[in-house]
Design a protein around this ligand. Structure first.
Ligand SMILES: Cc1cc2nc3c(=O)[nH]c(=O)nc-3n(C[C@H](O)[C@H](O)[C@H](O)COP(=O)(O)O)c2cc1C
Length: 370
């Protein structure tokens, strides 16, 4: 079945949704991903076409606010606004306090995590587990909105379609959240029970969009410009959020924007441009994490960047043995220069393999939308 979708006739690329005083710069958002979407990665995605980026989640546990991990997550130096901080927790007063704390430190938008199979907070499961307890979920929403409203800070909500297949309560919760003052809802088209398995479905996202007046964002398995156009059209969503497909392919936002505007596919980036983006990103990354942690945590970004390129898997294994940031950069420069001698543009073995969920989607992407 053909993937071709005609360009959207409407204002698919007009400025993004409005949240309080903020108008987001477009409708393509990078998803919050703990351990991935730190400030350097968010800035990279913003430079390459993402209109909005929410930080990795910050716990509502006060005793952890001064930890190195949380303080790195709270780093927004030089980041384009609005600064959006995601909070996760299970206790309404603690979540309100976490929201107020982050607003006092510069957060301009607070996002509540009910979308991620987050870790236990205070012996209870946070994140999407909250969807199982709508009363508590609403208590948290009301408390956080109450803490942010006096500061004019909009609160957004990220959720899944429900707890499990038999209990898809996204629509009910989204309606209640809108009534409680939530400014935008993102729906990942999977249940909590699914984790990341199976395929995202967009019927529930479309139902939420149809029922709400506030902006609704579609998320899950969007891994190509064609799929982005299909999901946008099918759901009528105000924006799209992209997570795993941006790992190692942060220019996917530009690719999607171009396709939505013209119906045409951009050529792959030039090898030397991709190298420059990666090297710049890594320098930023090392500066945030320091030599040892930076060198180790950079490995995943380098691995994602090369995994679909010829010889990428061997390079990734060799690079994992290197023990300094300088050695990583040097190896990377040499490897990309050698690649550039053979190819002007990135010669992906399988571009779509940049996404975790591709194999299933490749069978017939449109069937998900029918
Ligand atoms: C490594 C990883 C970390 C994630 N961390 C968060 C998080 O901190 N907060 C959150 O709301 N969702 C988190 N998610 C879920 C993503 O935001 C997104 O909803 C999900 O990956 C589906 O989108 P995708 O198919 O485009 O990746 C995470 C996902 C991944 C893969």
């Amino acid at each position: 079945m053909s993937l071709a979708t005609p360009p959207l006739p409407d204002d698919a690329l007009a400025s993004g949704p409005r949240l309080g005083v903020h108008t987001l710069s477009n409708r393509l958002f990078v998803a919050p991903m703990a351990g991935v979407t730190d400030r350097p990665f968010r800035q990279l995605c913003r430079r390459l076409g993402a209109g909005y980026a929410v930080s990795e989640m910050v716990t509502s546990r006060k005793d952890l606010w001064n930890s190195l991990k949380t303080s790195r997550r709270a780093n927004h130096d030089g980041e384009p606004g609005p600064i959006a901080v995601q909070i996760a927790g299970t206790d309404a007063p603690m979540m309100a306090e976490a929201a107020a704390y982050n607003v006092a430190r510069g957060a301009q938008i607070i996002d509540i995590n009910m979308g991620c199979p987050a870790k236990k907070v205070c012996n209870k499961w946070a994140g999407s587990a909250l969807m199982q307890n709508e009363v508590l979920a609403l208590e948290i929403i009301e408390a956080v909105v109450g803490a942010c409203a006096p500061h004019g800070v909009p609160v957004t909500l990220k959720m899944r379609t429900g707890w499990c297949d038999a209990e898809k309560n996204a629509l009910r919760l989204a309606r209640a959240a809108e009534s409680a003052g939530i400014a935008m809802v993102t729906v990942h088209g999977r249940t909590r029970e699914q984790g990341y398995s199976g395929l995202a479905e967009y019927h529930t996202v479309a139902a939420v969009k149809a029922a709400l007046r506030i902006p609704v964002v579609a998320n899950g398995d969007i891994d190509s410009p064609e799929k982005a156009a299909q999901v946008l059209k099918f759901t009528g969503a105000d924006a799209l959020m992209i997570g795993r497909a941006a790992q190692g392919r942060p220019w996917i936002f530009k690719e999607i924007a171009h396709y939505l505007a013209t119906g045409e596919t951009l050529p792959a980036p030039k090898v030397l441009d991709a190298r420059a983006w990666l090297v710049e990103h890594l320098h930023d990354h090392y500066a945030l994490y320091g030599e040892l942690t930076g060198m180790r945590s950079a490995r995943k970004h380098i691995g994602w960047a090369v995994r679909t390129l010829p010889g990428g898997e061997n390079f990734r294994r060799e690079m994992n043995e290197l023990q300094s940031c300088e050695a990583q950069i040097q190896a990377l420069n040499q490897w990309f220069e050698a690649l550039a001698e053979q190819h002007e543009r990135l010669p992906h073995l399988n571009t779509a393999a940049n996404s975790v969920c591709v194999a299933a989607n490749d069978e017939d992407p449109t069937r998900l939308l029918a």
